[in-house]
Design a protein around this ligand. Structure first.
Ligand SMILES: Cc1ncc(COP(=O)(O)O)c(C=O)c1O
Length: 384
């Protein structure tokens, strides 16, 4: 029996609570606007589609279901294209007196963030070294190397790779472009999160300005969740959607942190097919938004993610096929796991009048893994 757990945030802000200056010191409207101005001017920029899934909504007993499909984001197949590359641009901007070719950017990644940093480095002409951990697939390694970065595999898990990148950067005078923040390191992760805000803006505009009742967003270190939560709070105030974080049970640092009311780290292998979510420690700055901004956290086993990838590839009547990687499908995985659990749905306020936004944060970022799960390639799925 696959496991699913829900914790409703005992410290969630009241609906009427304003966004406020403490949160604005982390993520703010000016930061979001600056990122949007820059990113929307890059070659190849186009908003990603917001898919409407009436067939799945009916099957799941919801009023509406939308899926923000990040597969086409700048050809990188994930929303991460927005954050890492924008942060590289900001590093270069802060070092305007130095030739880009003399600068090296570096980071740890479980795939998608490193791909974005490597792409940004190539786009803006600086050097790039990316650290991956033991469990990162060969396909994801190759996808980073394709952008000209040096890719180094190190022992341990994602959090070990983060520490490794920081140590190598200090030794070599490189710039760490991390998507997670820690003590004394905040400018770059803030740029990353402000970059992600582009997706939130697009989704809000594609929804015609009407807020959904829920947004289900996958949480690794929480940068994506914090960016969406902050952006929607700033835009919609008391009408903002309830922000539900989704995590693998084996890397459930937000589940534990929200339950405890303070950051709690998870150690060990963090083994999950939801590769982008294999993070054991919350980002300090993301936590400052999510500690009161997250309404709840759902932790679930990998089987649901695989089922969700297949459900999107084999659509319900009335829906078109959607290509999602295991991490990208996490929000739908939560809905599938919750479907037979009226008790948990009630806790989350999910019912026949719910209008739910899912964040399809990645497409087939590893095509071989995708084919193994679905039995067909992304191209075959989309051709049907
Ligand atoms: C596809 C995908 N979705 C979601 C996430 C989670 O983002 P965050 O670590 O900012 O919570 C990641 C992180 O790598 C990812 O690659």
């Amino acid at each position: 029996m696959s496991e699913i757990r829900v914790v409703v945030n005992p410290c969630a802000a009241a609906r009427a609570e304003p966004y406020g200056s403490a949160r604005a010191a982390v993520l703010n409207a000016e930061g979001f606007a600056a990122a949007r101005r820059e990113i929307s001017a890059w070659p190849g920029y186009a908003p990603t589609p917001l898919r409407v899934l009436p067939g799945l909504a009916a099957r799941l007993g919801l009023e509406r279901l939308w899926y923000k499909d990040e597969r086409t984001r700048f050809g990188l197949k994930s929303f991460k294209a927005l954050g890492g590359a924008y942060a590289v641009r900001c590093v270069l901007e802060r070092n305007r007196g130095v030739a880009a070719s003399a600068l090296t950017v570096t980071c740890a990644t479980d795939g998608n963030h490193g791909r974005s940093v490597a792409w940004g480095a190539q786009l803006f002409g600086c050097r790039c070294v990316i650290f991956i951990h033991e469990a990162v697939s060969e396909g994801r390694r190759a996808a980073i190397a394709r952008y000209g970065a040096k890719v180094v595999r190190v022992p341990g898990n994602y959090d070990d790779a983060v520490r490794h990148a920081a140590a190598e950067a200090a030794r070599n005078g490189w710039f760490v472009v991390s998507d997670t923040s820690y003590e004394g390191y905040r400018d770059v992760p803030l740029d990353v999160m402000h970059g992600y805000g582009v997706m939130a803006d697009e989704a809000a505009e594609q929804l015609g300005g009407a807020a959904p009742s829920h947004v289900l967003v996958q949480a690794g270190v929480g940068a994506l969740g914090a960016a969406l939560c902050a952006s929607f709070w700033l835009r919609w105030g008391a009408q903002r959607p309830r922000c539900v974080l989704v995590e693998p049970t084996r890397a459930d640092c937000y589940y534990r942190s929200i339950a405890a009311g303070r950051p709690v780290a998870v150690h060990g292998e963090l083994a999950t097919v939801m590769a982008g979510l294999a993070c054991g420690e919350v980002s300090e700055l993301a936590w400052r938004i999510l500690e009161h901004g997250a309404g709840a956290v759902v932790a679930l086993d990998d089987e649901w993610a695989l089922e969700a990838v297949r459900a999107l590839a084999n659509p319900a009547p009335g829906d078109s096929p959607v290509v999602a990687g295991e991490t990208g499908a996490a929000g739908l995985a939560a809905l599938l796991a919750l479907a037979p659990r009226a008790d948990l749905r009630r806790q989350l306020g999910l019912g026949a009048d719910s209008r739910v936004l899912l964040i399809g944060s990645e497409g087939d970022t590893d095509p071989q893994i995708y084919q193994r799960i679905v039995g067909r390639s992304a191209e075959e799925v989309l051709a049907e």
